[in-house]
Ligand binder design. Structure first.
Ligand SMILES: Nc1ncnc2c1ncn2[C@@H]1O[C@H](COP(=O)(O)OP(=O)(O)O)[C@@H](O)[C@H]1O
Ligand SMILES: [Mg+2]
Length: 369
């Protein structure tokens, strides 16, 4: 998909916003608080279904209003399409494509992917384990319906199981039913996630080698599933994963009763990123961490291309200014490969050089107050 226009109404701070005749590389320039990130968020929410800000749909409705509207027009498989979505305060979202209401976003927008680059990406390296799990699972969910389903169901089972553990009367038999489900779904999530990590890091490491001579970049998968195989490239069967989980649940039964929470399972796994064999979170400099985060996101772009055969739309939110020469060149290479790139910046001096001439748009001109 390549967008030709973005229109917003009552979306966050935009009473009304319209950007038409969009080109291959579009740069939104405006001061802080002018709503640049909000524009990229709207695009990502509609195309990927999720907000990179982890916002709920009701958060994006302009204060004092009941609903927000996003309209994207674009070229999809050489066809002109109009995608609309309404976000209501009660959390309801209504998606339509060419006027027809759609329940299944992935099916309706097949082959449309976004990859987002943000300053916060540093959290992938520096932040807690859930930032890394979330990034991997979000990628998996975009690429596969089965991943989405497994992740959602697994989350539901763990929430239910934790609620049971908090009730002092929950019997062993009650719990056992949910343990079986946690094992079945957890094994599936673990196997899928490990494969995706292996694939992503093959690309990320190759990219990192270009970005930063200090390396190599590698990753270890540290599971809490009783498996203990840190090399994600080693393929683990579903049965192996289930056996490991079953044994771990049995071994830690007393502990989870005491802590009243499910301590075993992929919802507690972590990825340990290694730079030249040392844990990047603890030993890499800020600059080195930045290169790793960038390599991770470019790795995502390559993974999307490899798995889906489609070229994603890149959303670069305020990331150009903090890049050195080498990183800027790497990002510019991606921009040339992408279906389209939308960039935000406060400074029009920070515009990437690529094959296409960037179209620079002033936020003040696009916004109706
Ligand atoms: N639901 C909302 N309704 C109205 N304004 C909002 C809403 N959510 C966020 N904002 C406002 O949007 C502005 C931030 O927009 P943002 O896209 O982050 O700006 P930029 O990226 O240009 O710095 C802030 O001033 C914030 O208060
Ligand atoms: Mg911003």
């Amino acid at each position: 998909m390549r967008l030709t226009s973005i229109r917003l109404e009552r979306f966050r701070n935009h009473r009304w916003f319209a950007a038409d005749d969009l080109g291959h590389v579009v740069v939104f320039v405006g001061p802080n608080g002018s709503g640049k990130t909000n524009v990229l968020e709207a695009v990502d929410l509609v195309l990927s279904g999720r907000s990179f800000r982890q916002a709920r749909s009701e958060d994006v409705v302009a204060w004092g209003e009941d609903s927000a509207d996003v309209e994207l027009r674009g070229l999809h498989d050489a066809r002109v399409v109009t995608v609309r979505e309404r976000f209501s305060l009660d959390g309801v979202r209504r998606l339509s494509v060419d006027g027809q209401e759609k329940k299944r976003r992935k099916e309706a927008l097949r082959g449309t992917y976004t990859v987002v680059f943000r300053p916060d990406d540093l959290e992938l390296v520096k932040g807690p384990a859930d930032a890394r799990r979330e990034a991997i699972d979000a990628l998996g969910s975009r690429l596969s319906e089965a991943y989405t389903h497994t992740r959602r169901e697994y989350g539901r089972v763990i929430r239910h199981r934790n609620a049971l553990l908090r009730e002092w009367r929950a019997s062993r038999a009650d719990l056992a039913v949910w343990t079986e489900q946690a094992i079945a779904l957890g094994a599936r999530l673990l196997v899928h996630r490990r494969r995706l990590v292996a694939r992503l890091f093959t690309h990320a490491a190759a990219q990192h080698a270009i970005l930063d001579p200090q390396g190599p970049l590698a990753v270890e998968y540290h599971d809490r599933c009783g498996l203990g195989i840190t090399d994600a490239r080693i393929d683990v069967s579903l049965d192996e994963a289930k056996d490991a989980l079953r044994a771990a649940f049995a071994a830690r039964e007393v502990e989870e009763r005491q802590r009243a929470t499910t301590v075993v399972g992929p919802h507690r796994d972590d990825l340990v990123v290694l730079l030249d064999g040392r844990e990047a979170r603890r030993f890499a400099s800020q600059g080195q961490q930045r290169s790793i985060a960038l390599a991770w996101r470019i790795g995502e772009m390559r993974t999307v291309q490899e798995v889906s055969g489609s070229t994603p739309i890149l959303l670069l939110d305020d990331v150009m200014s903090e890049l050195d020469e080498r990183r800027r060149a790497a990002l510019e290479a991606c921009v040339s490969d992408a279906a389209q790139t939308l960039i935000t910046t406060t400074d029009s001096g920070h515009v990437p050089q690529s094959d296409s001439v960037p179209q620079v748009l002033d936020m003040e001109v696009l916004r109706g107050q």
